[in-house]
Design a protein around this ligand. Structure first.
Ligand SMILES: [Zn+2]
Length: 209
């Protein structure tokens, strides 16, 4: 293992996968890094890689039909809408974290997406077992709405509100679903923020004495 760069487990192929929930990992595709907010989904190529990193796509082969849309005006238009939806979702998540209800206009937008881009289910055979699974085989950029809208719907209706939080580090914009037993998670991750904040607090204490 000597000489191997130390990459914390929360980074998967250049994306932060630490939200414990797909819609939160989607929100976290615009993290605040050292040189400000970083757009991790600038184009369709990046989005394909994120779909793989997040486990929505099971293989690079499944992304092949999307390749012909790369750099097309349609993909660009789709990405603009996707970014806008992500920011609208962020506003709602922050509202919810402050104890406010989800806005009617956002629910309407989300329900429209769910109606226009339903998730396809199929019974699949694995060895001798049958299981009901979501099938995601995107043919065009807009198909990507299905898993995104389903994840946002799950976040707002299926996840306990008090377990969705922003990282306590002031400069951090990452949100997570706290699945710890005690519900005491404070940071997006110890290596990204937890240690930094602890070191700063320690230094402040020491300066004070
Ligand atoms: Zn953080």
């Amino acid at each position: 293992m000597a000489g191997k760069p130390q990459v914390p487990a929360e980074w998967v192929d250049g994306f932060l996968i630490l939200g414990n929930q797909l819609a939160l990992d989607f929100l976290n595709t615009q993290p605040a890094l050292e040189d400000g907010l970083q757009e991790l989904l600038p184009d369709l190529q990046a989005l394909e890689r994120w779909l793989l990193a997040a486990g929505i796509l099971s293989s690079t082969a499944a992304a092949t039909p999307l390749r012909r849309w790369r750099d097309s005006p349609r993909a660009e238009a789709f990405l603009r809408k996707l970014h806008a939806f992500r920011e609208a979702l962020r506003r709602e998540v922050i509202r919810q974290e402050r104890g406010l209800p989800i806005s009617e206009s956002f629910l309407e937008e989300l329900n429209q997406l769910l109606e226009q881009h339903p998730s396809r289910m199929a019974v699949q055979r694995h060895a001798k077992q049958l299981s009901l699974n979501v099938v995601f085989e995107p043919r065009e950029p807009e198909d990507i709405w299905a898993p995104i809208a389903a994840a946002a719907a799950d976040l707002l209706s299926g996840v306990p509100k008090d377990r969705v939080r922003k990282c306590e580090s002031e400069s951090c914009v990452l949100h997570f679903y706290d699945t710890s037993k005690k519900g005491s998670r404070r940071w997006c991750s110890m290596s990204l923020c937890g240690n930094k904040v602890k070191v700063a607090a320690y230094q402040k204490r020491n300066r004070g004495t």
